[in-house]
Ligand binder design. Structure first.
Ligand code: NAP
Length: 210
């Protein structure tokens, strides 16, 4: 398939590119700093761009079979709208170019998975560190849900840099109100790529944990 990856210089995005190429997909990655991609591959196209600039996405989206987003940032302590604005631009470019399949990472703990990142996140990390980020993620999800795309919102537990596993748990009720469940970025990428030929979670919000 022809895939557009957003966030390809990040932890999960790098895995999406690597595993996607291994599966034989043709990958286009829109990245702010192409120099951060340290390898080349005949099936990998790197475009310099920024999700906050709609024109960056117009050309990139054309002719793709699906878009996979691992967009994120670390500006936790300021009120930002990067995730929601960037995602709005992605949705708009996809809608305009009739690209329907959108697979996007948000997080457990958002909207109807509230409190499902465990007590530590619920009482400490989210209110004291991730509050603005989670407010923006919540808006990001709502924009996706309102779209006419064939979307899947993937809500991981706490991310690690561990190895890819294939026996992870996923579904609409995973997560814990007490414990913080983990999942590796490599496993999240595997799950996202597996959604490309699977209709189970179209217009659904599966969580994913070890
Ligand atoms: N950490 C956790 O425990 C956890 C738990 C659940 C969910 N998540 C979510 O999972 C997702 C992936 O996490 P991660 O740690 O793999 O991400 P990450 O390493 O922070 O990577 C984020 C990616 O987004 C890109 N990006 C940021 N702003 C951009 C813009 N304006 N235009 C284009 N690209 C932009 C970054 O590009 P640059 O390289 O240029 O900065 C980077 O490639 C995030 O949404 C995160 O919130 C994380």
């Amino acid at each position: 398939m022809k895939l557009l990856v957003i966030g390809g210089t990040g932890g999960t995005g790098r895995e999406l590119i690597k595993q996607g190429l291994d599966k034989g997909h043709i990958i286009t990655a829109v990245v702010r700093k192409p120099i951060k991609i340290k390898y080349s591959h005949p099936n990998l196209i790197i475009l310099k761009g920024n999700v906050l600039i709609p024109e960056s996405l117009e050309q990139a989206v054309q002719g793709q079979d699906a878009v996979l987003s691992a967009l994120g940032h670390k500006k936790f302590f300021i009120k930002t709208t990067i995730l929601s604005r960037g995602t709005k631009n992605i949705i708009s470019a996809m809608t305009k170019n009739q690209v329907k399949r959108f697979i996007c990472i948000t997080s457990l703990g958002i909207n109807d998975s509230k409190f499902k990142l465990g007590l530590y996140y619920t009482l400490f990390t989210i209110p004291l560190i991730l509050l603005f980020y989670f407010i923006d993620k919540s808006k990001q999800e709502k924009l996706i849900m309102k779209s006419t795309l064939d979307w899947t919102i993937i809500r991981p537990g706490q991310l690690t840099n561990g190895k890819k596993r294939t026996n992870y748990k996923h579904g609409l009720t995973v997560g814990s109100y007490i414990l913080t469940k983990m999942i590796s970025r490599a496993s999240v990428a595997d799950f996202m790529l597996n959604q490309l030929d699977n209709q189970t979670y179209i217009r659904k919000t599966p969580g994913i944990i070890n």
